[in-house]
Design a protein around this ligand. Structure first.
Ligand code: GDP
Length: 451
């Protein structure tokens, strides 16, 4: 980390301003060497300077240069940001000059990686930065900024503190059994504390389920026989003509994906019409394929035609929906009723017409009801938002279980202590107190260049 890194931090393309960022011991002197006035070398921290970038005698651009000296910077190193005129040629030329003057091109996410390695942020905060950049809705943004600001880290640190207290108590009892004024640590005492920690972990895990919905959206499949109106309904929900609607059965060949936002939660919709094989004479995506999709989706919209009788295949698939989040949509309600509703056994039936728009709003309300979307408040949220942390947290429950088993079997305290320490270590992995190099590489490679 001794070298000085640089990268273009703004999106490449034509824009009013581009920012080229430099971080490292030599950041200020290298940038100084390519300025016309050579003034920034002695400038105070957190100041902005008007100057020109030059290559020999040649003026490359008129710029504003921000100088931020260690330690109060994003990377905790000296950081310089050059605000240049936007545009590919100018920005690339300045970057090239910096590379020739002693900087190395930063890897994706390397500035944030340095912030982590220099102890400015922990791993959950770094992961929050990725989420913040990728957030597409206001709710996802709130969740991410809470993580960047350390709300999640504090939650995990709090749990670790409680574990440390139990461990300290155990140590004192082991090392100084003769001290009478020390509270004797009993199995019951440890069990109470561990159970309390366990219930906190379970609450975090439960609430973290919502974070997946907020971050990634609800993966939704529209399933049903051809021509029942799946694409038409999808168009109504998305509000644009993305899916192709045809009179001829089986002509929607591509999987149409679209997103709609309901109260700030994204629904990622797949119209399964396109999954049908071209040579499928049964003209159905098939029971097997439907069941596979049902398994993978958070929500299934099963569409029937009010103007047709329910088929055997329909009934077979519908019987598998009971344990899944689903809505049965009876479409084409503007046409004569030939479908026997009494054959359907579900509390989630909506009658629609893609022609008259009947039931479309009711459908959206039903989706909100199923996922409790009205209840999801983001301001105070400090859920774990990524699969890595959630997997580790689930893993801590195994160690909690071991501790409880050990206590009830009256195992020696130092054996129980091993599992308590394991909980402490695992929680430390979440915030990056312990980490493996590959994990860092994998994590920071998800960032864009210049971040
Ligand atoms: P898919 O194969 O299930 O995706 O069905 P489409 O959305 O392509 O619709 C097939 C045909 O049914 C098209 O001609 C649509 O215009 C028509 N259709 C779709 N929804 C309705 C509806 O609610 N009422 C009526 N009368 N026709 C509909």
């Amino acid at each position: 980390m001794d070298d000085t890194i640089t990268a273009i931090s703004t999106a490449l393309g034509v824009g009013a301003i581009s920012i080229i960022r430099v971080s490292g011991n030599e950041a200020i002197s290298i940038v100084n060497s390519i300025t016309k006035t050579k003034k920034i070398e002695n400038s105070l921290s957190h100041t902005i300077h008007y100057d020109h970038i030059i290559d020999g005698e040649k003026v490359i651009d008129e710029v504003l240069i921000s100088v931020m000296r260690t330690p109060k910077t994003f990377t905790r190193e000296d950081v310089v940001e050059i605000n240049a005129h936007g545009g590919i040629a100018t920005t690339n030329r300045i970057l090239e000059l910096l590379l020739h003057s002693g900087c190395r091109l930063a890897e994706p996410g390397e500035f944030t990686k340095r912030a982590f390695l220099n102890g400015r942020i922990d791993l959950t905060q770094a992961e929050g930065v990725i989420d913040l950049i990728n957030s597409k809705t206001e709710k996802a943004r709130t969740l991410a900024i809470n993580q960047v600001n350390g709300k999640v880290s504090n939650l995990i640190r709090g749990l670790r503190q409680e574990i440390i207290e139990i461990l300290a108590n155990i140590e004192v009892n082991i090392d100084y059994p003769e001290y009478e004024d020390i509270e004797e640590i009993t199995n019951k005492h440890i069990l109470d504390k561990i159970s309390n920690i366990e219930s906190k972990i379970r609450t975090i895990l439960k609430e973290s389920e919502n974070s997946k919905l907020i971050k990634e959206g609800i993966s939704t499949s529209i399933i049903g026989r051809p021509n029942v109106g799946k694409s038409s309904l999808l168009n109504k929900l998305i509000g644009e003509d993305k899916a192709i609607v045809t009179e001829i059965e089986g002509t929607t060949r591509d999987i149409v994906e679209g997103t709609i936002s309901i109260d700030g939660i994204i629904l990622n919709i797949v119209d399964t019409a396109g999954i049908r094989k071209t040579d499928d004479i049964v003209e159905s995506i098939g029971v097997k394929k439907s069941l596979e999709l049902i398994d993978k989706s958070d929500l299934i919209l099963y569409v029937l035609n009010n103007n047709e009788e329910i088929s055997k295949d329909d009934l077979e698939i519908l019987s598998k929906l009971e344990d899944k989040n689903h809505i049965i949509i009876i479409n084409k309600n503007d046409l004569e009723n030939k479908l026997d509703v009494s054959k359907l056994n579900s509390d989630y039936i909506i009658k629609t017409s893609a022609v008259t728009d009947k039931g479309i709003e009711e459908l959206k309300d039903k989706i909100k009801e199923i996922f409790n979307l009205e209840q999801i408040e983001t301001d105070d949220m400090s859920y774990l938002t990524n699969a890595r942390s959630i997997a580790i947290l689930k893993h801590t429950l195994d160690s909690v279980e071991e501790v409880k088993k050990g206590l009830s079997n009256n195992l020696p305290i130092d054996m129980i202590e091993i599992n308590i320490k394991e909980i402490w270590n695992l929680l430390g992995e979440i915030i990056g107190e312990t980490y493996q190099e590959e994990l860092l590489d994998q994590l920071f490679s998800q960032f864009c260049l210049g971040k």
